[in-house]
Design a protein around this ligand. Structure first.
Ligand SMILES: C[S@@+](CC[C@H](N)C(=O)[O-])C[C@H]1O[C@@H](n2cnc3c(N)ncnc32)[C@H](O)[C@@H]1O
Length: 405
C-alpha cells in the first residue's frame, strides 16, 4: 500500500466501512464492484478488501485485537503472536508499580504487536520503524494506548540514552523484492538483517535491559556470552529465539520455553553430565521433544524428569517404559511403540497391509526419506490409521509402528 492510499484509508468513514466489510460476504469481484459503486477509488477498494482479508488472517496471531487493527502483508507475517509478545513484555518490563515510569524503545516495531504488549504492561513505549507506511500503521494500531508513540525513522538514528529497556526485532526478510503475492525471502547473513545483528548486539549488551528476537535457526555460535538465548514454541510451532541482556537476562546460556495448552521451561543447567545422558534400548514409548527444546540443544535435559533415555546420540528422539506425566510431559509428544518394522518400502508395505493399516502419518528423524514420496510408493489400500516413524536403532534403519498416546 502506498502512503497516499493509507491516508485515504485512515479517514473515519472509510475505516467504518472497513469495520462493516465482512471478508466472507460475497465473492471478491462482487464486493469490489459494490465498493466501486459506493464511490471508492480502485486503490481504496483494493486496500479495503486486503485489510478485511488480513484482519481475518491476523486473528490466529492477535486474537480479537486483529478486528481493530491495520496491517501490511509483510508486517503481519513478521508480527509476534500476542501471547509471545506478552511473554517478551513480562521479561523486559515485569511489574511496573503505580506511578512508576518505565521507558522502552521498540526499534523496528513493524505493525506494533510487541509494542501493544509493552504498552499493555504499563510501559511508556517509543516505537520506530524505517518504513513510512508500516510506522503509520503501527501508530494506528497503538492509538488506544496513550503511553505509546510511533515515529517513522531508522533505529540507528534514535538516541538510546535514558531508556529502561530496548527491544529489537530486526527485519530478516528481503525488502522491496516482494513478488506480486507479497511474499518475501529469508535473509541468512546476520549482517544483512536490518538493523544488522552486530549493531543490535552492540546496543543490547550495553543497555540496562534488552531483548532481541531472531529466527529459531540462529547458529548457536552467534549467541553472545553475556546473553540468555531462549528458543520459544507456541502451540507446537517453533517461533523464535530471543536473546536477553542485562536485567532481562534471567540465566546465562541456552533455554527453551514451550508455550501452549501447557507451559514448560527448560534450561542448559538442567542438562545431565555427559556420562549420565545414556543411550538405551527402545522402550514402550517413543518421545518426540518439542522443536524449541531440540533447537536449543536441550533434549537430554528431559531424560531425568521423564525417566527416559536417548535412542541415538545424534537423533532427537527419546524412549521410555513409563507413560510421560508431570510438567516435563509438556515438552514431548508421546507415541506408544507397537512394533519395529523394516525400513525398505516393499517389506514395510507388506507388514502394514497385513496389519490392516491403510493410512499413515509419517515422521522421520535420522532417515533420508521424503514422507510424501514414501506415502505414494506405499500405495496402501483402505484401512486403519497409524503413525510410522523412520529412524535408526544403532546403525540400523527401522520404521517404528506407533499410536499417539
Ligand atoms: C520483524 S519486523 C518487527 C515486527 C514487530 N516486532 C511485531 O511484532 O509486529 C521488523 C521491522 O523493522 C523495520 N526496519 C527494518 N530496518 C529498520 C531500521 N534500520 N530501523 C528501524 N526499523 C527498521 C521493518 O520495516 C519492519 O517493519
Amino acid at each position: 500500500m502506498d502512503p497516499q492510499t493509507l491516508t485515504e484509508l485512515l479517514d473515519v468513514a472509510v475505516l467504518e466501512r472497513l469495520d462493516r466489510l465482512d471478508a466472507l460476504e460475497g465473492d471478491e469481484l462482487a464486493r469490489s464492484t459494490a465498493l466501486r459503486k459506493e464511490g471508492y477509488s480502485a486503490e481504496v477498494t483494493a486496500a479495503l478488501l486486503t485489510q478485511a482479508r488480513l484482519r481475518q488472517e491476523a486473528a490466529a496471531k492477535l486474537g480479537p485485537f486483529a478486528e481493530d487493527m491495520l496491517f501490511t502483508r509483510d508486517g503481519l507475517a513478521q508480527a509476534t503472536r500476542l501471547p509471545v509478545a506478552a511473554h517478551h513484555a513480562r521479561r523486559l518490563i515485569g511489574d511496573v508499580a503505580e506511578g512508576e515510569s518505565f521507558r522502552i524503545a521498540d526499534l523496528g516495531c513493524g505493525i506494533g504487536a510487541d509494542s501493544v504488549a509493552f504498552a499493555g504492561m504499563g510501559a511508556q513505549v517509543s516505537a520506530v520503524d524505517a518504513d513510512e507506511v508500516t510506522a503509520a500503521i503501527a501508530a494506528f494500531n497503538l492509538r488506544h494506548l496513550p503511553d505509546a508513540a510511533v515515529e517513522h525513522t531508522r533505529a540507528e538514528d534514535v538516541d538510546l540514552d535514558g531508556f529502561d529497556a530496548l527491544w529489537f526485532d530486526p527485519a530478516r526478510r528481503t525488502i522491496g523484492k516482494a513478488d506480486k503475492r507479497g511474499s518475501t525471502s529469508r535473509i541468512t547473513d546476520p549482517e544483512a538483517f536490518s538493523p544488522s545483528l552486530s549493531w543490535v548486539i552492540d546496543k543490547a549488551s550495553t543497555a540496562k535491559a534488552a531483548g532481541v528476537k531472531l529466527g529459531p535457526a540462529l547458529d548457536h555460535d552467534l549467541v553472545p556470552d553475556d546473553a540468555e538465548a531462549q528458543w520459544v514454541s507456541h502451540n507446537g510451532e517453533v517461533v523464535e529465539v530471543c536473546l536477553y541482556f542485562g536485567a532481562a537476562r534471567q540465566h546465562p546460556g541456552r533455554g527453551a520455553l514451550v508455550m501452549g495448552e501447557r507451559t514448560l521451561l527448560v534450561h542448559e543447567h538442567n542438562l545431565p553430565r555427559e556420562d549420565e545422558s545414556g543411550i538405551g534400548e527402545l522402550g514402550k514409548y517413543l518421545l518426540e521433544p518439542d522443536g524449541a527444546i531440540v533447537r536449543a540443544g536441550l533434549v537430554a535435559a528431559l531424560c531425568a524428569p521423564l525417566q527416559a533415555r536417548r535412542l541415538h546420540p545424534k537423533i532427537a528422539y527419546l524412549t521410555t517404559d513409563v507413560e510421560p506425566s508431570g510438567p516435563a510431559a509438556a515438552g514431548v509428544t508421546s507415541y506408544e511403540v507397537v512394533d519395529v518394522l523394516p525400513a525398505k518400502v516393499p517389506s514395510l508395505r507388506k507388514e502394514l497391509v497385513s496389519r490392516g493399516i491403510g493410512s499413515v502419518v509419517i515422521k522421520k528423524r535420522g532417515a533420508d526419506i521424503v514422507p510424501d514420496q514414501v506415502r505414494r510408493q506405499l500405495k496402501l489400500p483402505k484401512g486403519d490409521k497409524a503413525t510410522i516413524v523412520f529412524t535408526r536403532l544403532g546403525d540400523k534403519h527401522v520404521v517404528l509402528l506407533t499410536q499417539p498416546v
